[in-house]
Design a binder for this molecule. Structure first.
Ligand code: DC
Length: 221
């Protein structure tokens, strides 16, 4: 039997990353931030100035990536900050439309499924990558709340940001992610939809951990 998976999907800035990694810690599970893989390909594609499908597939297959407790290494270069930047995020949503690239990243993502279990966040974890996930959560929040959260995050990190431009970028990215032909952002029919607009991070984590416990997933708290 393969290790259990908890899939957490949702739009940009819905808080998936923070919440999924905390749920993984609570359960003692591994964690996959699938968006980081798309962002890494986006960074390489920006550096090379290419959007050619063949080349994107090669980059995805060959990139030497290490996730180390929140830090991301590309070969021996620390790229955590670069990968999280807005230009890279926007490019990621462009490269994510390319079918060959999505296919190339499937195997890499599935390799994260190891005992005792995996919490995976992204756009298509429950629909495409892990359709047999034990628990699927579709995490959302209103566009205004998401733009504000992303704005605060950037300002706290000392990165200059503009709320209006952020709202516009988020809207464009949502639209691209939801309308693309391959693996669009949609809730899996068997997912629990959770709107976090009026909830704190702790409340969302507790709710998801509660659903896991009901399903006997994860080690003792
Ligand atoms: O979760 P994120 O914002 O880091 O993701 C960046 C982009 O990558 C997002 O706009 C769409 C794409 N993506 C995807 O298509 N499928 C995933 N499973 C994760 C991310």
């Amino acid at each position: 039997m393969s290790a259990p998976v908890i899939a957490i999907d949702g739009p940009s800035a819905s808080g998936k990353g923070t919440i999924a990694s905390r749920v993984a810690k609570r359960l003692g599970f591994h964690y996959l931030e699938s968006g980081a893989l798309y962002r890494l390909v986006a960074l390489l594609s920006l550096r090379e100035g290419t959007m050619q499908e063949n080349r994107l597939v090669e980059l995805a297959e060959e990139m030497d990536v290490l996730f180390d407790d929140g830090d991301i290494l590309l070969g021996d270069e620390a790229v955590t900050e670069k990968v999280r930047s807005e230009p890279v995020g926007n490019r990621a949503s462009e490269v994510a439309k390319v079918p060959g690239l999505r296919q190339a990243l499937l195997r890499r993502q599935r390799a994260f499924r190891r005992p005792p279990g995996l919490v995976a966040d992204g756009r298509d974890m429950g629909t495409v990558v892990f359709p047999d996930a034990e628990l699927k959560v579709f995490l959302t929040a209103s566009p205004e709340i998401r733009a504000e959260r992303r704005y605060k995050q950037l300002i706290e990190k000392g990165i200059d940001a503009n709320l209006r431009a952020l709202s516009r970028d988020l809207r464009d990215r949502d639209e691209r992610d939801a309308k693309r032909a391959v693996a669009p952002l949609v809730p899996a029919p068997d997912s629990q939809v959770l709107d976090s607009s009026a909830l704190s991070i702790d409340e969302v984590v507790e709710r998801i951990v509660g659903w896991c416990r009901e399903r006997k997933l994860g080690g003792p708290a």
